[in-house]
Design a protein around this ligand. Structure first.
Ligand code: NDP
Length: 280
């Protein structure tokens, strides 16, 4: 069994980006907006800022109060859309309930939508011809590639059908010629479906969503879930200790998919910069 080291792979991606930026004197800029004081969001935003500094990007943080109105937030985004020093804009989700996430996502100029959340980007991912990669699913694909895990012709099961993880994950696996089953909370016989899988990607957000009896010997198990256990520690969806005895490859939480999401965000920001500056 091999433990997939997302820290190592993401480090390599960030090193490549930092080297390219330094060598060419590029100045990509990322604006990160956070509304309210959700502690998990704060950690993610800090990690994104750190990654920007590491890659030699310019980053700007906009920390807005919980009671910021939707029109104030959209006005900020519209200003950043026009700002030539900013190539990518991301608005950390979730947003407070009084703000319509969809309206906010759609306010970001497509050329700066480095999270690839807007409808146009989602549609492009479905077709397979996209500018910005969906960060978490593309991070998973990078891990599979790095470990030479062949996807073509394999049975891949994705658990979770959110617009930001499950659905684009299924599409990227499909584009890589896997035979994909996309499961969700209404799926009947989840255990049987998973037992036939060569590759399982869990994006549920519930501790214990994938137990050892759902995994066949030699399967590849990718855990996207980030949960807090009763001791307040980070834990994935997968029953890691038991499943690692059966899996051929497994991602830990933390240190698996999480760092990859940020590395792909950096790739997208560099791509946005090059597109905006018309650099090949
Ligand atoms: P959502 O809550 O949007 O989606 C969860 C999905 O899981 C839904 O499709 C839901 O089904 C499905 N689900 C819930 N319960 C079950 C069940 N018992 N059996 C099968 N499916 C079930 O979450 P996200 O996609 O945004 O995130 C998923 C997890 O990934 C979270 O823990 C999140 O924190 C983490 N995450 C990690 C990232 C990383 O970088 N590592 C990035 C983004 C997210 P239904 O649609 O029927 O409700």
């Amino acid at each position: 069994m091999t433990i997939i080291n997302g820290k190592e792979v993401s480090q390599k991606l960030k090193d490549d980006i930092a080297a390219e930026v330094k060598e060419n004197g590029y100045t990509p800029g990322l604006a990160v907006i956070i509304v309210g004081d959700d502690p998990a969001s704060r950690v993610y935003v800090n990690n994104k800022k750190k990654a920007c500094a590491y890659c030699g990007f310019h980053s700007e943080e906009y920390a807005l109060a919980e009671n910021t109105t939707q029109s104030e937030l959209i006005a900020l985004i519209e200003r950043l859309n026009q700002d030539e020093n900013i190539d990518g804009i991301l608005c950390q989700l979730p947003l407070p309930r009084h703000i319509d996430e969809k309206a906010v996502i759609e306010a970001i100029a497509p050329a700066k939508d480095v999270d690839a959340f807007c409808e146009a980007d989602v549609g492009k991912v479905m077709i397979g011809n996209y500018t910005f990669s969906p960060c978490t699913p593309a991070g998973v694909m990078e891990l599979l590639k790095y470990y030479h895990i062949d996807v073509s012709g394999k049975n891949a099961v994705v658990i979770g059908r959110s617009n930001i993880v499950g659905k684009p994950m299924a599409m990227l696996l499909l584009h890589a010629d896997a035979t994909v089953t996309l499961c969700h909370s209404k799926t009947a016989d989840l255990k049987d479906i998973c037992r036939r899988a060569d590759i399982i990607v869990s994006a549920v957000g519930r501790i214990g969503a994938v137990s050892a009896d759902m995994v066949r010997d030699g399967a590849v198990v990718i855990d996207v879930g980030i949960n807090r256990n009763s001791e307040g520690k980070l834990q994935g969806d997968v029953d890691y200790e038991a499943v690692k005895e059966k899996a051929s490859y497994i991602t830990p939480v933390p240190g698996g998919v999480g760092p990859m999401t940020i590395a792909v965000l950096m790739q997208n920001t560099l791509k946005a910069y090059k597109n905006n500056k018309k650099i090949d």
